[in-house]
Design a protein around this ligand. Structure first.
Ligand code: CO8
Length: 257
């Protein structure tokens, strides 16, 4: 089955998903979100893939949920069809996902980026939650993930006024891991993804799970959770290989098990 609204590729052990609705600045309609879910399912099931990159175009990562699609919706349809649920597939992805963001990441576009594990921003990236200007508010986790990422004062200003952040501000506020020149964005994202994909997949997946647990639980519970996962990794061949390689002063060759 092909894709009409995204492009999917692999490069070594990295799966690349490119949002592709150029005429609508990658506005996220139902069809696109469905395709994104299918692509994620396929990469998750593929044992040769160790890390994913999600990106858009130079002009827009995504300018938000498709306003033209939402315009005529009423409450019963948004509630009974629960149309936000399909967006959450990305946040349930167990393999590491890097968002390579250039241009607009607005509304649902910013929310999609925040569902990823690492956000790399091009210097032309713009992040915002402008839903308030449309008479609504963030609906795919924006008010929650943004607040956890940059704190109440800044998140409130963004959600209440629709102010957008420059890439430099997003970096300074802790929303993105770093800013790179637009021309080098994909190279940099691939470098990070290759690094992750070359490591032990179970260790990377557990590290992701453990960091994410920090947002869901108390410090004491989180530390207990981390300890169990740390101990579990001693049941993997990759732990033996990683530590043997260090002692033998050679590069490790992980088998992802
Ligand atoms: N939805 C639909 N179409 C869009 C969207 C969008 N979000 N953004 C841009 N487009 C379309 C425009 O309508 C235009 O199409 P056309 O050529 O047919 O008129 C085309 O893309 C190009 O856009 P512009 O001409 O407006 O380009 P500009 O460079 O002048 O402006 C902006 C770029 C500033 C990004 C501007 O397009 C804009 O403000 N877009 C809307 C941004 C926005 O409000 N985003 C939030 C949407 S609401 C949301 O995301 C809620 C998330 C809830 C998640 C849960 C939902 C299931």
């Amino acid at each position: 089955m092909g894709y009409d609204n995204i492009q999917v590729a692999t490069n070594g052990r990295v799966g690349i998903i490119t949002l592709h609705r150029p005429k609508a600045l990658n506005a996220l309609n139902e069809a696109l979100i469905g395709e994104l879910g299918r692509a994620l399912d396929a990469f998750e099931a593929d044992r040769s893939i160790g890390c994913l990159v999600l990106t858009g175009s130079d002009r827009a990562f995504a300018a938000g949920a498709d306003i033209k699609e939402m315009q005529a919706l009423g409450f019963p349809a948004t509630y009974t069809d629960d149309f936000v649920t399909s967006w959450e597939r990305l946040s349930r992805c167990r393999k590491p996902v890097i968002a390579a963001v250039a241009g607009y990441a607005l509304g649902g576009g910013c929310e999609l980026a925040m569902m990823c594990d690492i956000i790399l921003a091009a210097d032309n990236a713009r992040f915002g939650q402008p839903e308030i200007q449309l008479g609504v508010m963030p609906g795919a986790g924006g008010s929650q993930r943004l607040t956890r990422a940059i704190g109440k004062a800044k998140a409130m200003e963004m959600c209440l006024t629709g102010r957008t952040l420059t890439a430099e501000e997003a970096d300074r506020f802790g929303l993105v891991s770093r800013v790179v020149p637009l021309s080098g964005l994909m190279d940099e994202a691939m470098k990070v993804a290759d690094t992750i994909a070359g490591l032990s997949l179970p260790a990377a997946m557990m590290a992701k799970e453990s960091v994410n647990r920090a947002f869901e639980t108390t410090l004491a519970e989180g530390i207990r959770f981390e300890r169990r996962l740390f101990q579990a990794l001693f049941a993997t061949a990759d732990q033996k290989e990683g530590m043997d390689a260090f002692v033998e002063k050679r590069a490790a060759s992980f088998r992802n098990g």
